[in-house]
Design a protein around this ligand. Structure first.
Ligand SMILES: Cc1cc2nc3c(=O)[nH]c(=O)nc-3n(C[C@H](O)[C@H](O)[C@H](O)COP(=O)(O)O)c2cc1C
Length: 176
């Protein structure tokens, strides 16, 4: 099968990870994949914040748990890297741009044997002062909001089965 199609069809959200470290080279490749995503009017106003440092990951998880009332074990499924996708608050294409970039990250990660899952929790709370304080430590610009994140790590088991995909297309093809 065409390798791009194969990656699209076999990628699954992974929620259980080994402790194996992702190399800097692999992380660079994921950021490169993100940077080459399409963006509305080619604005490229996004920023990708790669967090591997355990103390910072823990700090981020703790403040999310606190704000959302999650238990203190909340840890992004034990992923050892989080890539935040942020964009300028006023960019009308910010959500779409970051979604394209995150999907590129997921597919590129999958092609490297790295598992991933979208982490949505920061989106609604990134302006809460306690959360913003941690984001400031990660040098997130004040005019940026976090629109999504990729949790990444090596999968600790086989990929889950694909969830059912209903047929949702209508076809109006040219007659042969
Ligand atoms: C916008 C968006 C937000 C998501 N947020 C989360 C999340 O916070 N936590 C999580 O475990 N999965 C999250 N997911 C992953 C979905 O649950 C997952 O993609 C879906 O169940 C289909 O499974 P698959 O990715 O294995 O095909 C999110 C996906 C999207 C597109």
């Amino acid at each position: 099968m065409n390798p791009v199609m194969e990656a699209i069809l076999t990628r699954r959200s992974i929620r259980s990870f080994t402790g194996e470290k992702i190399t800097r080279d692999s992380l660079e490749m994921l950021v490169e994949a993100a940077r080459y995503a399409p963006s509305g009017m080619n604005k490229q106003l996004w920023k990708f914040t790669v967090v591997q440092e355990p103390a910072l990951l823990q700090k981020l998880a703790a403040v999310i748990a606190q704000e959302l009332g999650r238990d203190q074990g909340y840890n992004f499924y034990g992923a050892n890297v989080l890539i935040l996708a942020s964009n300028e608050r006023d960019n009308p294409y910010g959500v779409e741009d970051c979604a394209c970039a995150l999907e590129n990250i997921f597919l590129a990660a999958h092609s490297l044997g790295i598992g991933s899952v979208w982490i949505n929790q920061l989106k609604g709370i990134c302006d809460v002062p306690a959360v913003r304080q941690v984001l400031r430590q990660l040098r997130l610009p004040e005019n940026h909001v976090v629109l999504g994140a990729a949790a990444l790590g090596y999968p600790s088991g086989p990929a889950p089965k694909a969830v059912k995909r209903p047929h949702v297309a209508e076809w109006f093809l040219e007659k042969e």
